[in-house]
Design a protein around this ligand. Structure first.
Ligand code: PLP
Length: 374
């Protein structure tokens, strides 16, 4: 049997809520189903307030608008991430200051922050790679000391925490993805967590095309009016209806993925060097979103992908350095991020999803043992 890299999790009885939504006949956003989904995300993340969005990218666009970026303002963000982590801020006019990552955790290198801040720095975007975060206490302290907004790109990090405090509750703002590649999914979907109260009123305006419709729906104003420029960021009732049962089964999903992660880690410790294996700091409770290894070179990584393919095992590369992307037309050619470059060239993502079994993981590890040790 082929071992697939990913297979989206679909909770049992997922059709029931969809049926309920169709029966209710109201499929637009911000109704009772969307509020139910938001309450479940809030339960998992302990975030201040959760606003369900059509995608994580949409939530990031809201973050960029919430910052009220002015020309020359700077944002610090890793280059080893998805384009959506950066795009909205750049499109809003921010200058991007790229930060390197730590090799063994693949997350932003806090030690590199002091050299990157300037009087124009507005925010740090930290990306919780595979559900593992940087030291959130140190990062929070750094941002507070320097008057910076902390944004968590927690696209991959639902149900993970740092020192038992859930990811999504540390930043002033945090975003999640429910894209089908994530542990918990509804095809496309996202959430914005607002933990700093000063952003809340503006966030409510932004989600409804810049109107105060949220206040109107709460009965706080007799009619709603257009207040700021924005877009429609709402998650539809259909997305929310599908997402609810997935969220309800989140603990089961996380527990299974963490077990598989531990099994990979145990099995591969006799095949690979510690430097090739991912490190999870003891303060981090990850969600098993992905298991990655580092090969010795780009050529070895590509050879390993082809070798595993022969065994019916699908393994894949991951993010390419964003500061080198064609969109910048060479603007960041002088920027050196050696760890980002190395990790991007050598990282290999192994199969990981809810339907994967311990036997599948054994098959992957056996094949890797043959590849690496002959
Ligand atoms: C770190 C990160 N941020 C943002 C996104 C964008 O998420 P979405 O597809 O929900 O817009 C992704 C997607 O995989 C991601 O990995």
């Amino acid at each position: 049997m082929p071992v697939m890299f990913h297979k989206p999790f679909i909770a049992s009885h997922s059709e029931d809520k969809l049926h309920q939504a169709v029966q209710a006949g109201s499929l637009a956003g911000n109704g009772s189903l969307s509020r139910e989904a938001a309450a479940l995300v809030q339960q998992i993340t302990h975030a201040g307030e959760v606003i369900m969005t059509a995608s994580c990218s949409a939530a990031l666009q809201m973050c960029a608008t919430l910052l009220r970026i002015e020309s020359g303002d700077e944002i610090i963000v890793p280059s080893f991430t998805h384009p959506a982590s950066v795009s909205a801020f750049a499109a809003a006019g921010a200058a991007i200051r790229w930060i390197d990552i730590v090799k063994d955790t693949r997350v932003l290198d806090i030690a590199a922050l002091p050299a990157l801040i300037s009087p124009r720095t507005r925010a740090v975007v930290t990306v919780h790679y595979g559900g593992v975060s940087a030291d959130m206490i140190a990062l929070r302290r750094f941002c507070d000391t320097n008057g910076l907004v902390l944004i968590e790109d927690a696209a991959m990090a639902l149900d993970a925490s740092w020192q038992t405090k859930p990811l999504g509750s540390w930043g002033d703002l945090a975003v999640f993805s429910f894209h089908q590649t994530k542990n918990i999914q509804c095809g496309e979907g996202g959430a914005l967590c607002v933990n700093n109260h000063r952003f809340l009123e503006h966030a409510h305006l932004l989600q409804h095309c810049g109107t105060n419709k949220a206040a109107f729906l709460q009965g706080e104003v007799p009619a709603y009016t257009w207040q700021v420029f924005s877009s429609n960021y709402l998650m539809s009732a259909l997305q929310a209806a599908f997402l609810i049962p997935q969220l309800q089964q989140c603990p089961t999903v996380t527990s299974h993925l963490r077990n598989l992660w531990q099994h990979y880690s145990r099995r591969l410790s006799s095949v690979l060097s510690p430097e090739q294996l991912p490190l999870v700091p003891p303060q981090s409770q990850h969600n098993g979103h992905c298991f990655t290894i580092l090969c010795a070179s780009y050529r070895q990584r590509q050879a390993c992908i082809a070798f595993l393919h022969e065994y019916g095992i699908q393994a894949v590369f991951h993010y390419q350095p964003l500061h080198r992307a064609p969109v910048w037309q060479g603007a960041f050619d002088a920027v050196e991020l050696p760890v980002t470059e190395e990790v991007a060239a050598t990282i290999l993502r192994l199969p990981m999803h809810f339907y994967l079994t311990v036997q599948d993981v054994d098959a992957v590890c056996d094949a890797l043992a043959t590849f690496f040790t002959g």
